[in-house]
Design a protein around this ligand. Structure first.
Ligand code: ADP
Length: 330
C-alpha cells in the first residue's frame, strides 16, 4: 500500500445517542482514490464529515478517536479547524455555487487568502477552470452569474473553486448523484486525472462508480467497518460475505421493519401520498416497508422521500411484479 495520508483510529460518532460510527480504524492512501461504499444510512457521510470536522456543525453529536492528517490530530479540539478545511476541498452531492459570477466563484477563495492583484487572479481563474475541464465552455462569459450554468457545469465550477485554494485532499460526497450521465462521466474523468496530485476520498452508494474509480475501498455497514483493502482485493476477492453480496447486488440489509404498507394496485402520485401518510405516523428513525407494483413507483417514491429528507435504505424486487422500498424516517 502506498504512503498513508489520513490515519483514522478508533473513531466513534453518536447522533443523540445513535451510534453512527463504531470504532472505525482505517488508513487512507496518498494520491489515490479511496471509495467509501455501503448502503444508505451506514455512516459514509458521517465518516467524511469527521475528516473535515464539519461534523461539529451537527446537533447533539458526540465523537471520539483520532484522525491524523500529516501527523496533525484533527480531532484535537485545539487544532485550528480553518486550517484543516484549507487542506481539503469538498465536492457535495448538489453543486452550491456562490451567488456571484463564474469568475468571482473561483477568485473568492484565493482573494480571502491574500491574492489581490487582478492579473494574478486572472491566471488562477483560468488555471483552475481549465483543470476542472470548464474553461473552454465559460471563457467568454466569465462575468455571467454562476447560477446560469447547467447543473453539471456548476458541479465542475465547485470543483474548480475547491481546487483554487490549493488543498491536498478532495472529499467527495456522492458527487455525481444529482447529475445526468454525461456530466457524471465528466466528473469521474476529472477525479481520475486529479488523483495524480490529490488524495481523493469518494463516498458513493453506486458500486459501479466505485469499481470504475477506486484504488482503495472501505466498506461500511450499519456504522461498522466490514472490510477494507485495495480495489483488486475487495472487488475481485472479498474476504467478507457481506461485501461479496453488496458488490453482486444481492445484498439485503437486515433492517428491523417497524411498519409496512401495501400499495399494490396504486399509481403515482397516490403511491407517494399514501407512503407519506404511513410514514407520518412513525417516530423519527423508524423504518417503513412499502410494497409497490407500479414501475413508476420504484423511482418516484424513493425520489419524493429523499426530497422530503428521509433515508431510502433500499429498493428490492421480491417477485415478478412486486418491489419493496425501505424508508427510514428522518
Ligand atoms: P450514509 O452517508 O451512509 O447514508 P450517514 O452517515 O448519513 O449514512 O448516516 C449514518 C446514521 O446516522 C444513519 O442512521 C442516519 O440516520 C444517522 N444520521 C445522520 N445524520 C444525522 C443527523 N444529523 N441527526 C441524527 N441522525 C443522523
Amino acid at each position: 500500500m502506498s504512503e498513508t495520508h489520513i490515519k483514522i483510529d478508533n473513531v466513534n460518532a453518536y447522533y443523540s445517542g445513535n451510534h453512527a460510527l463504531k470504532n472505525i480504524s482505517v488508513r487512507i492512501p496518498k494520491k489515490q482514490i479511496t471509495a467509501i461504499i455501503g448502503p444508505s444510512g451506514c455512516g459514509k457521510s458521517t465518516l467524511l464529515k469527521c475528516m473535515n470536522r464539519l461534523i461539529d456543525l451537527e446537533d447533539e453529536i458526540a465523537y471520539s478517536g483520532n484522525i491524523l492528517i500529516d501527523n496533525e490530530n484533527i480531532f484535537d479540539r485545539k487544532t485550528d479547524v480553518v486550517n484543516i478545511r484549507k487542506k481539503m476541498g469538498l465536492l457535495a452531492q448538489k453543486p452550491t455555487p456562490l451567488p456571484m459570477s463564474i469568475y468571482e466563484n473561483i477568485a473568492f477563495g484565493p482573494r480571502i487568502h491574500g491574492v489581490k492583484k487582478k492579473p494574478e487572479l486572472d491566471t488562477i481563474v483560468e488555471k483552475y477552470l481549465t483543470l476542472a475541464g470548464l474553461w473552454e465552455e465559460v471563457k467568454d462569459r466569465l462575468n455571467s452569474p454562476a447560477s446560469q450554468l447547467s447543473i453539471g457545469q456548476q458541479q465542475r465550477l465547485c470543483l474548480a473553486r475547491g481546487l483554487a485554494v490549493e488543498p491536498e485532499i478532495i472529499l467527495c460526497d456522492e458527487p455525481t448523484s444529482a447529475l445526468d450521465p454525461v456530466s457524471s462521466q465528466h466528473i469521474e474523468h476529472l477525479l481520475l486525472k486529479l488523483k495524480e496530485d490529490y488524495t481523493i476520498v469518494l463516498v458513493t452508494h453506486n458500486i459501479h462508480q466505485a469499481i470504475r474509480l477506486a484504488d482503495y475501498v472501505v466498506h461500511l455497514y450499519l456504522g461498522e467497518l466490514v472490510e477494507h483493502g485495495t480495489a483488486n482485493e475487495v472487488f475481485e476477492n472479498p474476504k467478507e460475505e457481506r461485501t461479496r453480496a453488496y458488490i453482486n447486488g444481492t445484498f439485503i440489509p437486515e433492517f428491523k421493519i417497524d411498519a409496512e404498507v401495501n400499495l399494490k394496485g396504486n399509481e403515482c402520485p397516490y403511491n407517494f401520498i399514501y407512503a407519506k401518510q404511513a410514514l407520518h405516523n412513525l417516530a423519527k428513525g423508524k423504518i417503513l416497508k412499502v410494497v409497490v407494483d407500479s414501475p413508476t413507483a420504484i423511482t418516484e417514491v424513493p425520489r419524493g422521500m429523499e426530497a422530503d429528507g428521509h433515508n431510502v435504505l433500499g429498493v428490492k424486487q421480491v417477485n415478478e411484479s412486486d418491489w419493496e422500498i425501505l424508508i427510514r424516517k428522518q
